[in-house]
Structures are given as C-alpha cells and as structure tokens.
Design a protein around this ligand. Structure first.
Ligand SMILES: [Zn+2]
Ligand SMILES: [Zn+2]
Length: 373
C-alpha cells in the first residue's frame, strides 16, 4: 500500500516550524484518539499514521533525511506503533503537565469530577406551560459511608505503591525519549488497597437509589435540559460530583401544536359562520376563550389570541395562540338544510349534482330505463 506523505498526514507545509508540526499532531491525536472513537478502525489507523509522521518530522535529523530521500531515508527509523499505549509512552510529555497525555482524556492521577447522569422526563403540554415539580428516581454511585470513599476496610491503611514510589507516575524510555506515564500498577493512585472495604469491595463507592424533587420551569420545550448541579455521580478520586441532566420530552397534545412560544389550534367553523361572521368559543391552555370570526373568513385564515401561548422559560414575553380556521362541510344534511342549500345553489347559479336517491331507487330506475330502450 502506498504511504501518505508525512506532511500531508499532518496537513502542514514542508517548511512548517517544529511548533506548527507539534500543534498539528496534537490536534489530530485528539481527533482520532481511540477513547473518542471506540471500535473505529479508520480513526485508529489515522491515529497511528499521525504518530508515525510526527515521530519523523519532530526529529530534525530524521526530518532532514526524509526531506532528501523520502520514506527510504527513514526506513526502519520510523516508529512501530502497535497500540495507543505505545504512542502515549512515546509522546505523552508533549501534551503538557505532569499528568501527561492522559489528562486530555480525563485520565491521570489528578482528581476528577464524578460522571454526569442523564434522566428522561416526560411532561404534558399543560405541565410544560405552567411549570411543575417532579419527583425522579434513579440509581447513582455514592461515596461509600463505611470507608468514607477510601476503599480500605475501616482501621486498615492503603500501602504506598512500590512501582512508582507513591507518585502515580513512572518514567519510561522510548528510544531517546524519556517520558512520564501513569503507573500501570496503581493506575495513578499512588497507593494500593491491601484490605478492601467489604461494603464497596474496595471501590470506595456504592450504587444507591436516589430520589430528587425537580423544579421544572414554566415554558420548557421538548429537547431542553434542566441541569441539577452536583447531583450526578460521586467522584472516585476525591473530586466534586458530576451533574444530573433532566432531558425534557413533551407529549403531543390532542388540540395544540407548539411552535416555539406560540401554540397553533386548528379550529373548524361552518360555512355559515365563515360567511356571516360569528363569535365562537375556543379552547386555550388556561380554559375556554371567545374569538370573533369576521364575515367572509376563509379556510386557513389565522386569528391571534395574544399572550395565550407558552411562557418563555428565560423570562421573556409569553407566546400567542394562533387559531387557524378551516371550513367544515356537513357530512349529513337534514331535509330543510338540503332544501335551503339547493335554493342557494340556484341563486348562485352553481352547478350542483341532482338530489341523491337511495340505492334501491336507483336500481329500480336503471331497470325501468333499460326496459324501454
Ligand atoms: Zn467502602
Ligand atoms: Zn504506582
């Protein structure tokens, strides 16, 4: 397989500075990092390719040989990166700080926030309109009370890690580079639990059901989130807890369709109401209201009830209720109605179908005419 030019891999020009090359590589490493692209072969390939290109171009001697002789100039000299771990081991330091590469991806031995939790919360449109208090139940990881999160059985002490001398970091050699990485034995903690707490099996955390009262502000819309700060999972490294996010689903309403802050209502009116005008009762989320239908209203005309829509959750003006009229044709007509409509049709010189006879009568008529012909 033909190899892609190292400059192309890093998307830099041939005369870029070391800093530009490092910057370009850092960007690609973050983008294609396996932690952000689990199971993605292509990303993994790109990640390794970028590391190889960086290894050559960040070394002035190798870069000069590559510039002069191409891949042949650096054959055997370019890194053999089989895994992401190899790459961290080689270039961990360039990602800054004592925590190394791991910190970009939330690893390393610094304290970390607990994880966030996501809860789905379904509301009716009425609840979304008025705001509501909801009780939610979910499981989350709490700090273990028995060991106070240490993971060690009460009375016992964790031992300092011998591999890293309690620093959580070890120095590794990768060719001419000496880089610091997270200690593989204690995984950065610097200590090892010898007598684990039985309640949490040494994890320092336990799963427990949690009940919370959530105040949902008036006007929330489908897809919005309400954040409950600090109500997520406990941190396993002594950091602050995560947050809990309530994702709002608003059920479809039988009458109203929501459009941002406005509500839309499809309202049937009769031909006579449309032609002569009328005052009709319309439902709103706050109870019935009346609107005036003007003479000559057309199907599809929209009437506005100001301030009868949804509140703005950010405190702005309330939306409107838009009443969209449509003319409903009667499916059945009484005898008098039919007579009047026929008269009207005559008056309007409208061509209408003759009065419908019932089915049996039509069959009789049919045979009567075919006999005579
Ligand atoms: Zn415990
Ligand atoms: Zn260690």
């Amino acid at each position: 397989m033909a190899k892609t030019c190292y400059y192309e891999v890093l998307k830099v020009s041939r005369d870029s500075s070391d800093r530009e090359i490092a910057k370009a590589y850092r960007k690609l490493a973050v983008k294609f990092h396996p932690d952000s692209n689990p199971g993605d072969e292509e990303a993994s390939k790109n990640f390794k390719q970028a590391a190889e290109a960086y290894e050559v171009l960040s070394d002035s001697e190798k870069r000069a040989r590559y510039d002069r002789h191409g891949f042949a100039g650096v054959e055997g000299g370019a890194g053999q990166f089989n895994s992401a771990e190899d790459i961290f081991a080689a270039f961990g330091e360039m990602f800054g700080g004592g925590g190394g590469f791991g910190d970009i991806f939330g690893r390393g031995n610094r304290t970390r926030r607990g994880s966030d939790i996501q809860i789905q919360l379904t509301l009716s449109l009425e609840e979304a309109s008025r705001g509501v208090e909801k009780t939610i139940n979910f499981d989350k990881r709490h700090t273990c009370d028995t060991c106070d999160g240490s993971g060690s059985k009460p009375g016992s002490q964790p031992q300092g890690c011998q591999q890293c001398g309690g620093r959580g970091q070890v120095l590794q050699s990768a060719g001419i580079l000496r880089v610091q990485t997270t200690c593989p034995v204690c995984r950065g903690a610097g200590k090892i639990i010898v007598d684990p707490c039985t309640d949490c099996r040494g994890q320092g955390q336990v799963n427990r059901e949690t009940t919370l009262e959530v105040q949902i502000p008036a006007g929330v819309d489908d897809g919005m989130q309400v954040r409950l700060s600090g109500e997520g999972e406990a941190s396993s490294s002594g950091g602050p807890p995560g947050d809990c996010y309530c994702f709002i689903n608003v059920r479809k309403h039988k009458l109203f369709h929501r459009d941002g802050r406005d509500l839309i209502l499809q309202m049937p009116i009769s031909y006579t109401q449309a032609a002569l005008g009328a005052e009709i009762e319309v439902p709103t989320l706050d109870g019935p209201d009346t609107i005036k239908i003007a003479r000559g209203t057309q199907s599809g005309d929209v009437l506005k009830l100001s301030g009868r829509g949804m509140p703005d959750p950010r405190g702005g003006r309330k939306g409107d209720l838009l009443v969209q009229t449509y003319i409903e044709t009667p499916k059945k007509l009484g005898k008098d109605q039919e007579e009047l409509l026929r008269k009207l049709a005559e008056l309007e010189k409208t061509n209408v179908l003759p009065e419908q006879k019932n089915f049996l009568q039509r069959i009789t008529d049919y045979f009567a005419t075919s006999e005579t012909s």
